[in-house]
Design a protein around this ligand. Sequence first.
Ligand SMILES: [Zn+2]
Ligand SMILES: [Zn+2]
Length: 294
Amino acid sequence: MSTLLAGTIVKLRVASGAVRRGARSAKNAVLDLAFPPACRLCSQLIASDRDFCQACWTALTASERQMRQGCERCGHPLGCRTQDPLNQGLDHQAAVILESQSDAEDEPSGCPQCQGETFHFHRVVAMWHYHGLVCDAVVAAKYVSQSPLADALGRRLGVVLAEQLSEDRPTLVTYVPSYFTRQWVRGGVGVRTIANAVASTLGIPSPSLLRTARQIAKQAWLDDQERLHNVLDAFQIRRRFGVLRSPDLSNQHILLVDDVFTTGATSNEVAKVLRQAGARKVTIGVVARTVRSG
Ligand SMILES: [Zn+2]
Ligand SMILES: [Zn+2]
């Protein structure tokens, strides 16, 4: 092929790419005019590259820095004991624990909130404190009509997890399933949408690995002890091809996504099932975590 012909082909390809990009941006401009981009929480008009208005974004992310400095085992924000809501400083006890975590080989050593607890998961990464507008967002994201909100929460969680797990990357993402009658009432599975958005941000697969084996009462209605009994043996690995085959989880580091972490009873029970099925490690990734003051 002559140099002249090759140069002409390259120019044509560049030109067609520019035309396609121009058509795409023109299409987006028309869509923006017909359906102006709005905050996924309060419906205020926003720029097309945003998910939330500035006021909602500020309220949602107010605790993000504090939560990133939390216990590497249970995700509890150590600095909250200082009564300093935005964590301008950790107390001495918390600082000592953080130091011991960095010395540990692989297993995080925990904090006063989780010492003595037995977990089947390796660690918890909690993005935000379950409080105020974060509660409204998490509850709304459970409903299918709010799937763009669930998707936005999942993409942000994916960014946080990519940073927090950069040296220990998971190989699969899955999610905590809910009982089918609850899915039917809500019209969908918000947590699955969040998990899919996390997986696409991290660039790893997100198979539906689990199912509920029986009806489960809402954990929010129960005390700590009742929560443990409520979820005991309530989850199973979803089998493919009838009962003949389960997915091979051996040597997988599974990122288990949920919307809220409260006592950890549900996450721990699901992690137990995944470990029994062969998973090498289970890490929990949640949009929000409750914070206990005691
Ligand atoms: Zn807003
Ligand atoms: Zn802890």
